[in-house]
Design a protein around this ligand. Sequence first.
Ligand code: HEM
Ligand code: SF4
Ligand code: SF4
Length: 531
Amino acid sequence: MIGALRSVLRRGFECIERPFDRLFGPALNPLAQLGALGFFFFWVVAVSGIYLFIFFDTGVERAYQSVEHLTRDHWFHAGVMRSLHRYASDLTVVMVVVHLLREFAYDHYRGVRWFSWLTGLPIIAFLYISGITGYWLVWDKLAHYVAIVTSELLDWLPIFGEPIARNFISTGTLTSRFFTLMVFMHIAVPLFMLFMMWIHILRISRPKVNPPRLLAVLSLAALVAVAVWRPAVSQGRVDLAKAPVEVGLDWFFLPLYPLTDLWSKGAVWGFLGAFFLMLGLMPWLPPLRRARPAVVELDHCNGCARCAEDCPYEAIRMVPRTDGLPFPMQAEVNASLCVSCGICMGACPSSTPFRRTEELRTGIDLPDFSLQFLRERVVATAATLTDAPRLLVLACERGGGAGHVGGVVALPCVAMAPPSLIDFILSRDLADGVVVAGCAKSACYHRLGIAWTEKRFAGERDPYLRARVPRERISLIWTSALAAQSFEQELDMFRRKVADLPPPKPRPHAAPAIPRPAAAMPAPAVEEVGS
Ligand code: HEM
Ligand code: SF4
Ligand code: SF4
């Protein structure tokens, strides 16, 4: 049931994202930048809020007047800032909702990702408390309505000795002290929210917290345009003697308020409690099955830290050497954070399939999908290729290539394949062309798999693909599992291209050097396979 919901949502996202990707490119696709946009809108709200505070009078008597003054008399700066403050807050809500749905749709919330999911939940609560207290401060008719409904809801909970709703139903009972408390909350809660946002991304390696500059500029320009076109205004001075009727609601922050007319206060709290409880349990409904975590083989680890730099889950740290080898550091895997994506294996300089040893070993390996097993699979699958040109597909098990029939080696992530494996396949003439097939570009399941693969192949990141490897025989295809057809189309194009290539020049079988630090490492058995 949850799986079906996930795949429907995922289809929906992909239908929107594919044209976005084509239109703006994956880097500018806003749906691939939701977390970063959330941070961006937060900063817009913070800066505009600080600006507004210069003009705002925090006393209950003068609050409304001061907001009117800044909106009307200083519309060209403070008024615009007020609108920016409101619209950027609304957009933060939109961003949070879409971000939550997208992480769910792409199954980015189970397994070790429970941490980001659960720490996202208090952010929603903080965001709403910030918004609701913000509406209160304007002290117009909407604020009156918000004050009454919120305090009635709070009065249902056994928190306050005396009912606080009483404050808002007659003149003279609303104290400035209570109003000042609201001002304080409106400033303090966003600070808690920021702290929670920091915790939220703590376990994510290289989180995207800033959108690309062009996207940020366009978003800000759109916000300013809307702020000038439809400025945020108040809804008339509050009259405590009269119950507020006919107020315009902000549906981003106050969608549940009309429910209080239909349901009892207890039912509204029950609904909210059940909603958050269900969200909180989601990462374990059902739990993600995990393969065994990566294991460091100290005999083959020179402490270069590449695996730690490439791991998307902060699961590796470098610690002082324990085995007496002449290197200062060694890698250490935190098994509880490892998702067995194998990206570290693809990063390790010792991961070279050219070695001829009884057992192929490397610095960091997956017990359930070792480098040795990968090489065996590649060799065995290549042996089944009969039709010319022989194309071998190294496919991410979650991408568009995984479902292709024939010549596929499925991997947990394409970045698990060290670039030397491509060299191995082509130089050994195991295939005429190699296809590396991952997820769609803006939706890499392991976040960094596509980026690292492209950088390694372009020679921008170690371990890089050696210059001698014929690029025309390699194709990188990034398509979603739901877009198998576009994968097949790209594959066909590549097949035709490889068929037109002249036969490869025979190359001397030179053993590739394993990059390692100047300090002498115990020489691994680097020999040619089958030469
Ligand atoms: C203002 C609110 C929020 C902000 C600014 C925010 C920001 C971020 C950022 C920057 C990332 C890292 C994205 C990346 O680099 O790939 C992230 C990841 C994530 N967020 Fe949020 N987030 C917010 C709210 C939420 C909420 C409400 C939830 C769900 C309850 C949530 C769930 C997640 C999950 C599960 C990930 C992990 C994705 C992964 O491991 O690939 N976030 N968030
Ligand atoms: S397998 Fe993936 S998650 Fe585990 S340590 Fe290696 S890179 Fe990190
Ligand atoms: S990449 Fe390999 S050699 Fe480098 S620290 Fe990690 S395990 Fe050790």
